[in-house]
Each structure stands twice: as structure tokens, then as C-alpha cells.
Design a protein around this ligand. Sequence first.
Ligand SMILES: [Zn+2]
Length: 187
Amino acid sequence: MGYFQKSSEILKPVEDKSAMFMGVPLVIDSLDFACKAEVCRGKIAIAGFQRLQDYLVNNSGELGYAVIGALDENRRPVLRVDIQGVVNLQCQRCLEELEHVLDIHTELLLAQNEQELQSFDEDKYVDCILAQPDMDVLALIEDEIILGLPVSPRHEQSECTSGGREEGKAIREVSPFAALAALKKTH
Ligand SMILES: [Zn+2]
């Protein structure tokens, strides 16, 4: 019935959780933050990341994050960025949802000017960014998430519903769920 076809087309309302960010210091003076060894941590609704949406099949859930200011072993200011959570990507083989676990730990060296940024950039063992007096923590976290996403996300072969199509009859016979999955796919 047309009724069922339509129901899958109804977009889930995107909840505006921006109010959740209130009270969280989302803009930091990055050098000052590092030198004072400040820490900012919390949870962010995935729906709050605008650019990340292009990579996701849905934006439910939230991510835990921590941004930690510190000095590295050479006493240079750094920001350590930790991000944990699960995002739902699209498998490039079967186009179904693919849970991707984020467990990001990055250390970003803060360059105080363009010249320093260039010299830091020559060291392939460090990631560096230009220090800003008004660094947007959300944008920084979003950058790190997007940089860490797989270029072509795919299920493991054994978990991918398109296995039947690629491997021919064999898999369809051993997996009674393949037909169900194929039905779901055609919505
Ligand atoms: Zn798949």
C-alpha cells in the first residue's frame, strides 16, 4: 500500500539541541588555555555538527569529548583532543547503516603565527594548527571527527547485506536474513 511507501519518506524531525551547549565554554583562547592547562569536556549532540551531517545516515546520539590544554615535552603549547562515541555512516557496498566507533586521541601543536605554522608543518610527526584567541571548540572537534572518518566505509564482508549479491547464491542460501535485508533495502 502507498501508505507504507510514504512512511519511509517522512523525515525525522531534527531536534535542535543547541541549548545543550549553553554553559559550556565553546570558545577558548587556545594559547592561554594550553598554558594554564585548562580542560573542557562534555557531551555534544551529533545533530549539533552541521558539516558532519553530510557523512551520516542519521544524527541521533551524542559524542563525549575532552579538550585538554598542556605543554608538550619541548614545552610547546598543545591541545589534546579526545572524542568518543558512535556515528552512523553508510556502507559503500550495501548502502545500509554502518556503526562507526569514534575513539579519537589527537595532539595538536599550537603555532603562534604563520611562520611557526609552516616550520611545524615540516615535521610530519606532529599535527599543528594556528593558535587563535577565539578558537571554536565545536569546529575543532568536528574537524577532527571528519578527518578521522574512513574514506569508504564498509561492513565486514560477513556482516554486509550485499554479500549475497557479490558472492552469488551461496550466501543467500546460508543466510535466511539476506532476503529480509534486501526487502528493507528497497524502501
Ligand atoms: Zn554493507
